[in-house]
Design a binder for this molecule. Structure first.
Ligand SMILES: [Zn+2]
Length: 297
């Protein structure tokens, strides 16, 4: 089962998250039929999303991360809520580039140069949006840069996805370590020493470490205190009602064209692939509603 562990260390100078996300990444792969390099990109961003989601303050807050790049993958979008639920998709799931070196998928080149945008939707107040240039397109480094430049929180982000030869997900997970206000140089030095000893997240996952063990490794001898565990899952909140709103927003002309085609229209959710079908009669009702709405405004 997928879950996220929340922890602190050094008497509150550090807050830390680690996650195991194999099932939710595999589910996303099955839905979107992603190539290995796209599975790695989506899995990394969804893993980060799951951890960043539970950092949200309000129970009903949402966070959406969008990466747009000039590489063949074009980009990806991940949305997470405060309860460990996450969903996502890549724009072109069929990228088959050469590995960086043996066993290492080249996510950076598949994404290319571009931007990372993070939007937080709060139940109360205006949405908060922030954008940074991609550092490498490898996602963990890009998020580290985001935390430092947009949130002024020195952070270390590690994300890993291992793909089997049959393309299924063997292992996925990661960590986010953040320095809280009032941290000392001693804490920074010790953390840096510990991080140096870690080869890569992929290696930790290969060794079969649980999220708890990942934190115990990174925060060894730093008074690690595990706080709680949150289950994580792939979850899409799409509904017929939401899709109807999308149809209503496309405009009268396009609706009329669909009606003139005389065939039911099928729309698929970008995130989960669920299909919603609308009959010609339903489209006519929507068109009437769109006209009525226009007259009112
Ligand atoms: Zn959906």
């Amino acid at each position: 089962m997928d879950y996220i562990v929340r922890a602190t260390a050094c008497g509150g100078q550090i807050r830390a998250f680690a996650a195991t996300t194999r099932s939710l990444v595999e589910q996303a792969r099955e839905i979107h039929q992603t190539s290995p390099v796209c599975t790695a990109a989506l899995g990394r961003l969804m893993t980060a999303g799951a951890m960043m989601g539970i950092m949200l303050k309000g129970e009903d807050d949402l966070m959406t991360m969008t990466i747009r790049g000039d590489g063949p993958m074009q980009g990806l979008t991940v949305t997470a809520d405060a309860r460990g639920r996450v969903k996502g998709f890549v724009y072109n799931p069929n990228v088959w580039n050469a590995p960086k070196y043996k066993g290492k998928l080249d996510v950076g080149n598949a994404i290319g140069r571009g931007t990372l945008t993070v939007v937080r939707d709060q139940a109360f107040g205006e949405p908060y949006s922030s954008q940074v240039e991609l550092v490498s397109g490898e996602i963990a480094e890009d998020l580290t840069s985001y935390f430092v430049t947009s949130e002024q929180v020195p952070s270390s982000v590690g994300l890993g996805v291992l793909v089997n030869t049959d393309q299924s997900v063997e292992q996925a997970g990661g960590f986010i370590i953040q320095l809280m206000p009032g941290y000392t140089d001693e804490t920074v030095n010790r953390l840096e020493e510990n991080l140096k000893k870690i080869h890569s997240v992929t290696k930790l996952l290969e060794d079969g470490l649980s999220p708890e063990e990942i934190l115990q490794t990174i925060l060894a001898d730093m008074d690690l205190e595990l706080l709680d565990t949150v289950p994580a899952e792939f979850y899409c909140n799409c509904s017929r009602e939401r899709v109807t709103k999308v149809l209503l927003s496309i405009g009268e002309k396009d609706l009329q064209e669909m009606i003139d085609e005389g065939k039911p229209v099928e729309l698929a959710c970008h995130f989960c692939g669920k299909k919603y079908s609308f009959s010609v009669d339903e489209l006519k009702i929507l068109l009437a509603a769109a006209r009525a709405r226009k007259q009112k405004s």
